[in-house]
Design a protein. Structure first.
Length: 152
């Protein structure tokens, strides 16, 4: 999936990304980088609202997992199970969230049981930057599930 395709998918299927004015900067199986401007994500202190920062970080990791599953021709549902967000400094301007699978063994430990059992978990981190400085980190546990056909 290219940058433009991911951008369109997010806007059409995740309305929050449109409201936050999320932009896809990079989208590959190696990593996903998203950005968002301050204005639609501002809080009463004139910094980025924590919920917006967390949402961007989750979207980055979620998109990466989906891109990798698509690359393997696996149609699965991916959901966030648990997240832990650490805010290291205030974000006073546009901000980015970057995620990557740094260990191929970790990925295989996710995909293989997903293929066999229809369910698997993976930890994916996303790092936030603002003004060229690291400002936060999300540690997320995601679950991949086999899509089930529902009867009408």
């Amino acid at each position: 999936m290219e940058v433009d395709a991911l951008q369109q998918f997010l806007r059409e299927h995740i309305p929050l990304s449109k409201a936050m004015e999320v932009e896809v900067l990079e989208a590959s199986t190696m990593g996903v980088k998203l950005s968002a401007p301050l204005a639609p994500n501002i809080n009463h202190r004139r910094t980025v609202f924590g919920g917006s920062a967390t949402a961007l970080a989750i979207l980055s990791a979620w998109a990466l997992i989906n891109l990798r599953l698509e690359d393997e021709k696996l149609k699965r549902r991916v959901v966030i199970q648990r997240s832990n967000m650490t805010y290291e400094r205030p974000m006073t301007a546009s901000f980015t969230a970057s995620s990557a699978i740094v260990n191929e063994t970790t990925w295989r430990r996710f995909v293989n049981p997903l293929k066999r059992k229809g369910k698997a978990r993976i930890k994916v981190n996303s790092v936030l930057y603002c003004n060229g400085e690291r400002v936060g980190k999300l540690e997320g546990d995601f679950v991949g599930l086999t899509l089930r056909k529902t009867s009408v």
